[in-house]
Design a protein around this ligand. Structure first.
Ligand code: PHE
Length: 509
């Protein structure tokens, strides 16, 4: 039986009125609402919302505040916190870097996070749909629709290569369980990583497996996919992380690690370190890629956005700190190098796991933690693009999810191959500073240092300077005037200043 007819039969049998969506090309989606009525088609009310149809996405709503917080924290907490933060801190003098990172998160990234959640709730659609709706409703220039477009492009690009690294994390869970870390020395661990990098087929399989996980979750939609995943995985992530920190606290290197992370040494703080800390604060909080816009679109009107943003930010910073407290005790206890850069997670840590008793289990637990963090982030990137296709072309979720997952996977191959077959290809070699940057590195640089800052800057300008103050105040629901004013001050002045400096350095250097 056609689903429509099945639905009509259900309603005829006494079901409640149910909105029913039908997609047409050109985004002219329609919504049908069937009322309990004992004469099938004639009981259908036909409604149209024109092109952007924000109501369609807003039909899906988080089932609880807890589910929203887990999803948003899941999006924020990712490879950025567990992989990037510790190695950046390790390279840039530990605690001094940490201080700048926390300050930048509070004064720059969090205000933009609040703005993104609010844009989503005001627009009620995908980032592109939401912005289009808000721009029209407020008679702003269509230029500001660029925010949604840039965010979507960036989410798609980051998704493509984020899933490559996601594949590595799955592979390392497998290696740890199989006992591959046992007694592995410096050279052994290095070889294990480089051998994997040199084997495109192995990388492609793990990359494919990781992408399939994402698509399967997206197929379930908001409640059966994203929510079900995050309400199980996020608590698991916290349990694993606390277990790792407690374990770290029993290691001889714990005191050195605490000292390293919490005693500021400003002599090591170069201007470059400051800018990396600011850039990191945006990426780690998932700002500028539209994920928080779409998650905000699923929020009910009563949700207190600033309050939620404080919780999300607090959890995000906490995870970065705890990751540092889980990783550095191992590094110091086994006399390894804290400033070993991106290899810290995949090369340095297996050496520590290989030397400790119960290292297979701890190592597997740790890499599982990293995969969970990555997965709950990448699903939020996928959601940005999937919802746009549903909204614009009336695609079903499964078609949209397979399409976006498939194309992002194929594009990811370009990044993947730049670790082996194309490792000598430097697309921007003519640019001095990118002389030896692989395709992956160029893409990462382009997204992190250009696209995300530009999108975040446009959000600051639109919300801080263009939209009427009253509109925003109503949309946000700040508790008091003082907190509203400080938020607005940060959004109008502090965040743009930080973003412009990152951009200036990225462009000038
Ligand atoms: N915040 C994620 C991390 O720290 C990255 C991310 C950015 C994920 C934007 C989704 C959206 O790894």
């Amino acid at each position: 039986m056609l689903p429509e007819i099945a639905r009509i039969a259900e309603i005829a049998a006494g079901a409640k009125p149910l909105p029913f969506r039908v997609g047409f090309p050109q985004g002219r989606n329609r919504e049908l609402t069937f009322y309990q009525y004992h004469g099938p088609i004639s009981g259908a009310i036909f409604r149209s919302w024109g092109e952007h149809m924000p109501e369609y996405v807003a039909q899906s709503q988080w089932s609880s505040r807890f589910a929203f917080l887990m999803a948003a924290i899941g999006s924020a907490v990712g490879l950025g916190n567990i992989w990037r933060f510790p190695y950046l801190a390790g390279e840039n003098g530990g605690s001094a870097f940490l201080l700048i990172y926390v300050a930048a998160t509070l004064a720059m990234a969090m205000p933009v996070l609040i703005a993104e959640l609010a844009l989503g709730r005001m627009g009620g659609g995908s980032p592109i749909g939401s912005l289009r709706h808000i721009v029209r409703e407020n008679c702003s220039s269509r230029f500001w629709e660029l925010i949604g477009i840039l965010a979507t492009i960036c989410a798609f690009l980051v998704l493509s290569y984020y899933c490559v690294i996601g594949g590595w994390t799955l592979r390392y869970v497998y290696l740890a369980i199989g006992g591959s870390f046992a007694q592995i020395g410096n050279a052994g661990s290095y070889a294990m990583f480089t051998d994997f990098m040199a084997d495109p087929m192995a990388m492609i399989s793990w990359h494919l497996g990781y992408m399939l996980l994402n698509v399967v979750i997206a197929l379930g939609g908001l409640r059966k996919g994203i929510e079900k995943t995050v309400v199980v995985l996020m608590p698991l992530l916290f349990v694993l992380l606390f277990a790792m920190v407690i374990y770290g606290a029993t290691m001889p290197g714990f005191a050195t690690a605490v000292d390293f992370l919490f005693t500021p040494d400003f002599s090591k703080l170069t201007p470059f370190a400051v800018l990396s800390a600011i850039g990191q604060s945006f990426f780690a909080l998932s700002v500028g890629l539209g994920s928080m816009i779409i998650y905000g679109a699923y929020l009910d009107k009563g949700a207190n956005i600033p309050g939620c943003a404080v919780i999300i930010t607090g959890a995000d910073v906490l995870v970065a700190l705890l990751s540092g407290l889980a990783i550095f005790p191992l590094v110091f206890s086994f006399a390894l190098e804290p400033s070993s850069g991106p290899g810290l997670l995949f090369i340095t840590l297996p050496i520590a796991f290989g030397q400790m008793s119960g290292g297979a289990l701890t190592g597997a637990g740790f890499f599982l933690l990293v995969s969970v963090a990555a997965l709950t982030s990448s699903i939020s990137l996928l959601e940005v693009v999937v919802t746009r296709l549903e909204e614009r072309f009336g695609m079903t979720r499964s078609v949209a999810a397979w399409l976006v997952g498939g194309v992002a996977w194929a594009l990811g191959l370009v990044s993947l191959l730049s670790f082996n077959v194309w490792s000598g290809v430097y697309p921007l070699a003519w640019l001095g500073m990118m002389k030896t940057s692989s395709i992956f590195a160029v893409l990462d640089f382009f997204c992190l240092n250009l696209l995300i800052p530009v999108t975040a800057l446009l959000i600051c300008l639109y919300m801080g300077w263009v939209l009427a103050k009253g509109t925003i105040r109503d949309a946000l629901g700040f508790g008091g005037e003082a907190s509203f004013r400080s938020w607005r001050f940060c959004l109008r002045f502090v965040a743009p200043l930080g973003i412009i400096s990152i951009l200036a350095v990225a462009l000038l250097s």
